[in-house]
Design a protein around this ligand. Sequence first.
Ligand code: ZN
Length: 287
Amino acid sequence: MPELPQMQALAERLEAVLAGRELERADPLGFSALKTVVPAPDSFVGATVEAVGRIGKYLVLDFGAVGRVLVHLSQAGRVDVEDPPKSTRAKGSVVRFVFSRREADPDAGEVGILVREYGHERKAAWWVLAPGDDGPLGRLGPEPASEEFAELVLHGDDRRRVHTILRDQRTVSGVGRGYADDALWRAQLSPYATLASLDDNARMQLLTAVRDVMAQGVERERTRSGGLSKPKLGDHFDVHARYGTPCPRCGEILRRVSYASHEVAYCPACQTDGKVLADRRMSRLVK
Ligand SMILES: [Zn+2]
């Protein structure tokens, strides 16, 4: 799933392509992917992209006084940059935005941005927001780099597992399964650690780990070019989805704990004092 680093770097690449262009068309291609009724996408036609940014895991196309368009890629949404725009309706198409040529740059023709969905549940979606309307952004917690998040980690008494807290977008926005795994590994904390149980040192380690993992993730993601294409996004993680391979820190084989919807990767030597946590996949095999 694209998280803060993937979306941040994608926003930067799209801003370089789109800023200063006018929206020519927004073609809804996927059933029920547009989550707003008013304003209509057509009311943004002719408006100029002032900036492309990211809040949480949302891509934000800022049309200034006209409003904003949000895109959320959910589990398996991806973005193609089409230069020139296509008119085909590829499988899994969600929406295609077509932008004008740039007046200042006569060589640059129109470009298209196609959002596609490769998954089956919790699909990619988009929102058209009037000025001042935050839509789903209003439900997001603070960003990992914020003071508010630091306060929560250093002094909060949240009794949930740290992994759960990090993935809860209402508590902190932008972190998903992948970077939650990497942050716990970097902080050398058990996947089962709860925030309330951590001492001051462990809390500081956790805060630093989350911020470092995110910053490093953005740097790694900045090596991509174009949109955010179908190939796996996993090549930029330290331990996430790498169970069965050696820990990059100590060489111990990475393990996993499986849940219905996801699995957590960890290093027993670095994170759980050598203890291998019970895993339902493993016990099924043992039976
Ligand atoms: Zn290790």
